[in-house]
Ligand binder design. Structure first.
Ligand code: URA
Ligand code: CA
Length: 434
């Protein structure tokens, strides 16, 4: 097959055959198709779309383009969780130990953060001694012994995705549902889990701006999972405000420990329960959502989730002596801002706060940038909370050289307090796609 024919077919709105898609991905990964041809193909897909069958073929071809992780030596149903990327979203660090404590094996590979959303790998690396890179045999052995291991991708999972994602980034073809769905699901399938639970986010701080687009993306990913023999469910969640209250790496680990100790915020815990319940269902430990949610609450109340998190940290060489005694976060400068007005919090612009935290060093503008594990923003209020004049709104954790007053002023501009309570209060979890 000539790549030009495949590009022309998609340009003209035809449905590509499985063969066309497989050859295109195999040839591109092997360097037989040029970047400019792949870029034209991506734009044709962006403009013409793909059927569910084409998207599934693309996903499977991408999954086969790199290393495939074999988790079959771990007994039980291995369940993976994936979020499309949020702000103050530390759910993985909470929900993974909780479901592991219920006996669902968690062999989780997480990415590093890029831009204003945090990466689980970076958060874990703020724990002294924590080894985020493990050889495959050690990783598998830890899941067999402890029931959970949290590492970062090594090797080349879905090699085609890495190449295509870089092209999409440079050619304005990121926001395409078939391209996002195949990118995410190819990595999940190649990572070896038997079942997958997705957190698909919508709102200002997410890839998908509307609930409708998020549902559309979720439906195709759930269908790909089913066709690939990996039962998949998706929870649709709002990212129109930060999920939790911590933005920054060590701060988010502190928030995860608090949540596992029964002190998590309302919005964060709603998503933890929803995702945890679905993971327990696909892992065949809970019969339905009500039972799954009750199990998650019990695992927090009994301290079993926190104990499992500590066990995981220890097994990966990390220090746990601070847990339950003091926060992990230790910054050179701390500055707390108070509210001048009383009323209700009607808007928190998570994306803007994420960008400020990123500028402070919590995130990367480019892949090769280093991060500052200890900096960031800790909110004391959630969306819709009441607030009194003079009450603390947030604390900034900065470096010696930061102008804390100026940063606080900027951050305060993105937290809106009004006299009246918001007329419509949007739920955090709006839907579950089975
Ligand atoms: N996350 C991914 O892994 N891929 C996308 O295309 C979008 C979000
Ligand atoms: Ca995240």
């Amino acid at each position: 097959m000539w790549p030009m024919d495949c590009i022309a077919h998609k340009r003209d709105g035809k449905v590509l055959t499985a063969d066309e898609i497989r050859s295109f991905i195999a040839d591109y990964t092997a360097g037989r198709i040029a970047d400019y041809q792949a870029a034209a193909w991506l734009m044709a897909i962006y403009l013409q779309g793909m059927t569910d069958e084409e998207t599934t073929e693309l996903t499977l071809a991408m999954a086969k383009s790199g290393d495939i992780v074999d988790l079959s030596s771990i007994p039980g149903i291995k369940v993976d969780k994936h979020s499309t990327g949020g702000i103050a979203d530390t759910t993985t660090l909470i929900v993974a130990p909780l479901v592991a404590a219920a006996g669902v094996p968690v062999a989780k590979m997480s990415g590093r953060g890029l831009g204003f959303t945090g990466g689980t790998a970076d958060k874990l690396e703020s724990i002294p001694g924590f080894q985020i890179v493990l050889p495959e045999e050690k990783f598998l052995d830890q899941v067999r012994r402890v029931g959970i291991s949290l590492i970062t991708q090594s090797g080349e999972i879905a090699a085609a995705d890495k190449l295509l994602y870089a092209l999409r980034d440079a050619t304005a073809t990121v926001e395409s549902i078939p391209l996002i769905a195949s990118s995410i699901m190819s990595k999940k399938i190649a990572s070896g889990a038997d079942a997958i639970v997705l957190d698909v986010k919508y709102g200002d701080g997410a890839f998908m701006k509307t609930k409708e687009r998020a549902r559309e993306l979720a439906k195709i990913m759930v269908s790909i999972g089913r066709l690939a023999g990996r039962p998949t469910r998706a929870v649709i969640t709002s990212m129109s405000a930060p999920l939790g209250t911590a933005i920054g790496n060590a701060l988010e680990v502190d928030e995860a420990v608090e949540a596992l100790s029964g002190k998590g915020g309302r919005r964060l815990m709603e998503v933890v329960e929803a995702l945890g319940a679905q993971m327990l269902i696909v892992g065949q430990k809970a019969a339905d959502e009500a039972q799954g949610r009750a199990m998650i609450r019990d695992l927090i109340a009994s301290g079993k989730g926190l104990a499992k998190f500590k066990e995981c940290i220890k097994a990966q060489g990390g220090s746990t002596s601070w847990i339950g005694k003091r926060p992990l976060t230790k910054a050179e400068q701390v500055f707390t801002a108070v509210s001048t007005d009383g009323g209700y919090i009607t808007r928190i612009d998570g994306r803007a706060l994420g960008e400020i935290a990123m500028e402070m060093g919590a995130g990367r503008a480019r892949k090769e940038d280093a991060i500052e594990p200890m900096v960031g923003i800790r909110l004391f209020k959630e969306l819709y909370d009441p607030v009194r004049p003079g009450e603390a709104l947030f604390t900034l954790y900065g470096k010696k050289t930061d102008d804390m007053m100026a940063l606080a002023q900027r951050a305060a501009d993105h937290i809106i307090v009004t006299d009246e309570q918001a007329a419509i209060q949007e739920p955090v979890v709006s839907d579950i796609i089975l």
